[in-house]
Design a protein around this ligand. Structure first.
Ligand code: FAD
Ligand code: MG
Ligand code: MG
Ligand code: MG
Ligand code: MG
Length: 455
């Protein structure tokens, strides 16, 4: 093992810097890809730059390994360990990939151009421009669903991006330190130490689980006078959490949460969000006020403004308010040479990293085949087919659950062994050696020293 790590480190070190890369070739077609998330990065990893000029546009110049983001909110893992610079990913391409850290603000299918805006705090003279494409791949992900409820954006924390995890971590420690403030009133102590999570999907469940671990493993040691007053509540409108898992695993999760004193309020609908409390319609149809210190909002996705703008331009064919409609080849309905993958689309598939990355890989192979066909080779372009590898979620106290397709059936497993599997599955997927190294280091660090409680 040591030898293996040593060798891999050496190879990584020696290949650290970009090779000599081909410049853009005006005779080749240009593919513009929007995004640096799961869909876009899978596409970028696989697209053959011998055939195309590739331009990537995204407001963040890194890929984010979202499945481990909940672990960052309490410091089990550090944020930089699950980020990977896009230039690190494209450095081994045969042709230089142009990356513009900017937001795409408009797509014009008529002139085949996109408008981009520099999102930096330190801008140069040019901050807005348009760039042309021959093919456009839209992989911009989705926005947080707020159901248009006032107060959500203002008072709640989302859990989608790096800054969300940072904000949650800071607020959490603020709540704890303020609850311990000299002569704080008992009601305020209870409010400040009430951590409320809205949304019982995997993100909400995993966040509640991580918070519980932090409480048990660390806060009880560092804040003994406050720790037993900290309360975690999960609010879900549906009759149960994790609807995508088997009923056996749903029950297992609900039992584990009960043991861990995480209160689960199902059939409970949030009606109002204020700075210190939410109002909910509970299972008995009563309006109840729930005071909170920290509110985490994880109720799913809705289309981003850019997606809505593009759909409005194509309104005769783009008729769904839930996302971009595509055909089985990931072609955007009603547009020429525009493709869309991942969470920005509305298809029969769930909005997961698994789906987005398979679509990214698929689309790169489509482009490969298009280039071969153009050369006169006999290639067929087949529709996208999804291969489900199973669903995994961490539920706290070193337990995870997994629904895995197995021999044409399905196995549901939960417990500590599944947790070990969960960790190794995440460590082996789509992650560079550098990130594996960093994440394993973080796990070791938090096991040996505990999580860092500094704000
Ligand atoms: P994203 O990965 O969200 O990427 C979108 C990209 O587009 C980003 O780089 C963004 O900066 C960029 N962008 C946004 N607006 C613009 C614009 N105007 N112009 C250009 N670029 C833009 N899925 C699983 O399968 N397993 C899991 O365990 C899992 N855990 C998760 C945990 C959390 C906390 C979260 C939030 C999600 C999790 N998911 C998981 C879901 C998974 O992350 C998403 O389904 C996946 O990221 C979708 O990929 P995407 O490429 O469509 O979008
Ligand atoms: Mg993407
Ligand atoms: Mg992502
Ligand atoms: Mg910037
Ligand atoms: Mg503080």
């Amino acid at each position: 093992v040591i030898g293996g790590i040593g060798y891999t480190s050496y190879v990584t070190y020696t290949s650290r810097h970009p090779m000599e890369q081909l410049p853009f070739d005006p005779k080749k077609r240009t593919v513009v890809i929007l995004g640096t998330g799961w869909g876009a990065i899978s596409f970028l990893r696989k697209i053959n730059t011998d055939d195309y000029n590739v331009v990537a546009v995204s407001p963040r110049n890194y890929f984010l390994f979202t499945p481990l983001l909940p672990s960052c909110t309490v410091g089990t893992i550090e944020l930089r360990s699950i980020m990977e610079p896009v230039r690190f990913i494209t450095r081994h391409k045969s042709r230089n990939v142009k990356f513009y850290e900017s937001e795409c603000t408009d797509i014009d299918p008529e002139s085949k151009t996109i408008s981009i805006t520099d999102v930096s705090d330190v801008k140069g003279a040019v901050t807005n421009t348009t760039i042309p494409y021959d093919y456009l791949v839209v992989a911009i992900g989705a926005d947080n669903q707020t159901f248009g409820m006032a107060g959500v954006r203002e008072f709640a924390c989302f859990l989608k991006e790096i800054w969300d995890a940072q904000k949650i971590r800071t607020r959490l420690m603020d709540c704890i330190e303020s609850a311990g403030f000299a002569s704080q009133t008992p009601e305020e102590v209870d409010r400040l130490l009430h951590m409320v999570v809205v949304g019982g999907g995997p993100t909400g469940v995993e966040y509640a689980a991580e918070l519980h671990d932090f409480l048990k493993d660390d806060l009880e040691l560092w804040y003994p006078e406050l720790a037993d007053k900290l309360k975690i509540t999960l609010v879900e409108a549906l009759p149960n959490v994790l609807p995508m898992f088997s009923s056996q695993l749903i029950q297992y999760t609900e039992r584990t949460f009960k043991q861990n004193k995480i209160e689960v309020l199902t059939k409970t609908m949030v009606k109002e969000v204020a700075d210190k409390e939410i109002k909910v319609l509970d299972a008995d149809k009563n309006i109840v006020s729930i005071p909170y210190g920290l509110l985490v909002w994880a109720t799913g996705n809705c289309p981003r403004p850019l997606a809505r703008k593009m759909m409005a331009r194509l309104k005769h064919t783009q008729t769904s308010p839930r996302g971009i409609l595509v055909d089985n080849y990931m072609r955007v309905a009603g547009a020429n040479d525009i493709y869309a993958i991942g969470d920005c689309t509305f298809t029969k598939y769930a909005p997961t990293a698994q789906v987005a990355s398979q679509q990214g890989n698929y689309l790169a192979s489509v482009f490969d085949n298009l280039a071969r066909i153009e050369e006169g080779q006999d290639k067929k372009i087949t529709p996208f087919e999804y291969s489900h590898q199973g669903s995994l979620a961490y539920i706290g106290s070193d337990k995870a659950i997994a629904d895995l397709p197995f021999l044409n059936g399905n196995v549901s497993v939960g417990g500590v062994a599944t947790f070990v599997f969960w960790r190794s599955a995440y460590i082996s997927t789509q992650f560079s050696f550098r990130n594996k190294f960093l994440v394993m280091g973080d796990w070791l660090k938090s096991t040996v020293f505990g999580r860092d409680v500094s704000r």
